[in-house]
Ligand binder design. Structure first.
Ligand SMILES: Nc1ncnc2c1ncn2[C@@H]1O[C@H](COP(=O)(O)OP(=O)(O)OP(=O)(O)O)[C@@H](O)[C@H]1O
Ligand SMILES: [Mg+2]
Length: 450
């Protein structure tokens, strides 16, 4: 099977199978290449025009659009002839089959349809939802991850291991996107980690205060469950229309499969090198990366893997995307405290300190004095936000479990001590947040785009 890959209104590329589905390439449309030229990262930094792409990059890019963990297992089980291996599509052809069914609404501006299918851009509709409808979608998530439903023509795909669903919000009301209509928000119910929605909303409030995102995040109550509502930075509402902005995550950009997202390495290596090569303003992009890395370190978020950093791509112009998916994982002592991306010579959230952060910044090419100013501003912004916190952020859950950790880490950032507040024991003896997922193993084809 082949896929037509659209960016919003424009058919830009096609996937091609070789070796009976064992190899996959992506080739750009000739008229698109004639308009933009060669070596332009339209879909991805790992997929420059004109193609055909490196097969492992095409596979990583397409797999990178799919959910992970249980959601992927359920979506695969809903289809005949799709096989998973190590929790990921067993062959490139399996990823193609999944996206042919689910790829109408994805991350960024990607819209995927099976080649030869009639597709009208901007098609679809929105169904208004009342509280009972929302409860039903929530209760139905185990059978219909993301709120996707092939029988009802709701075909959506979004990365991540945690449960979530996609809705649109107009005039402060929720709508279900039907028939390929774009969503505007991601809704993430509380997971097995207590108060995860409240925790993430609070941490993302600090991220806003620190200028790392301008998009809102808040907690909704649905059917007695706290659900985090996340405004999508890759969508904007223009009149009656939702416009998609393209984005990709750093694993897609580097040609790394989702199951290897914890092998992203130090931020100063693959990620910073990619930004230096592709970003429109490299110094700005690298500084943003450092700001996000430092933020996760300070708030005690171990989960900064390669799919939790993204790029915005606008007709081949590359920028670093705002911060998303940050939570104080240190509030859950049963988690490992091992950072997905080591900082300086430290991989433990307990042991990392100011020196390691500065070392990482310098390795990214940031001046030591600038790195110090970034950390000082970050600390001041978060402290100011904690001290002026609205009571709504603290109601109904022990928010001090998070603010105390962050305050003590800020103190230690400033004094230069290791940042540990309360975690004890060996950081490697406990599982990471991805324990719901299948074990990670090395990608045999695993070369990156750099
Ligand atoms: N605010 C946002 N705007 C646009 N896209 C977003 C936003 N937040 C997340 N995304 C996209 O959705 C994907 C899934 O979201 P998120 O990372 O929050 O899920 P998750 O299941 O918690 O992930 P993980 O597997 O890292 O725990 C991200 O990888 C990113 O591509
Ligand atoms: Mg994530």
């Amino acid at each position: 099977m082949e896929l037509d890959i659209w960016l919003e209104d424009q058919l830009v590329a096609r996937s091609r199978e070789r070796d009976r589905g064992r190899k996959l390439t992506i080739v750009y449309d000739e008229s698109v290449v004639a308009a933009v030229g060669d070596e332009v990262p339209l879909l991805s930094c790992s997929l420059p025009t004109p193609g055909p792409s490196t097969p492992s990059h095409a596979r990583s890019f397409l797999e990178g659009l799919l959910p992970e963990g249980r959601a992927l297992e359920t979506m695969a089980a809903n289809m005949r002839n799709v096989r998973l291996q190590e929790g990921a599509p067993a062959t490139p052809a399996d990823a193609v089959s999944l996206l042919a069914q689910y790829g109408r609404e994805c991350a960024g501006a990607v819209v995927i349809v099976p080649s030869g299918t009639e597709y009208q851009p901007r098609q679809g509709d929105y169904r208004p939802l009342d509280q009972e409808d929302l409860s039903e979608i929530l209760r139905d998530l185990p059978e219909h991850p993301l709120g996707a439903n092939l029988d009802r023509g709701i075909r959506m795909s979004l990365a991540g291991a945690q449960p979530k669903f996609l809705l649109a919000r107009f005039d402060n009301k929720w709508f279900e996107p039907l028939g390929g209509a774009a969503s505007t928000h991601i809704l993430k119910p509380t997971t097995r980690w207590p108060y995860s929605a409240e925790n993430e909303a609070l941490v993302m409030h600090f991220a806003r205060a620190a200028g790392l995102t301008a998009w809102s995040t808040w907690v909704e109550r649905i059917d007695g469950t706290s659900v985090l509502a996340v405004e999508r930075y890759d969508r904007r509402v223009e009149g009656e229309r939702v416009v998609r902005t393209h984005q990709e995550d750093l694993c897609q950009a580097l040609g790394i499969r989702p199951l290897n997202k914890y092998q992203i390495g130090r931020p100063s290596t693959l990620m910073a090198r990619l930004l230096r090569r592709f970003a429109e303003v490299p110094a700005e992009a690298v500084t943003k990366l450092f700001g996000q890395v430092a933020f996760r370190t300070v708030v005690g978020d171990e989960d900064g893997h390669g799919k939790n950093y993204s790029l915005l791509l606008n007709n081949g112009k590359v920028e670093f995307a705002p911060l998303y998916d940050s939570i104080c994982t240190l509030a859950y002592p049963e988690l490992s405290g091992r950072m997905a991306a080591p900082i300086g010579n430290q991989s433990s959230l307990a042991k990392v300190d100011r020196t390691a952060l500065i070392e990482e910044a310098v390795a990214m090419g940031i001046l030591k004095s600038e790195a110090n100013s970034i950390l000082e501003k970050l600390a001041a912004d978060i402290r100011a936000s904690i001290s002026s916190l609205d009571a709504s952020f603290a109601s109904g859950w022990p928010s001090e479990s998070v603010t105390d950790i962050i305050t003590s880490r800020l103190d230690r950032l400033e004094s230069g001590e290791p940042m540990n507040g309360s975690v004890k024991g060996s950081p490697t003896s406990r599982p990471g947040r991805a324990t719901d997922m299948t074990t990670q193993t090395a990608n045999p084809e695993g070369q990156t785009a750099l």
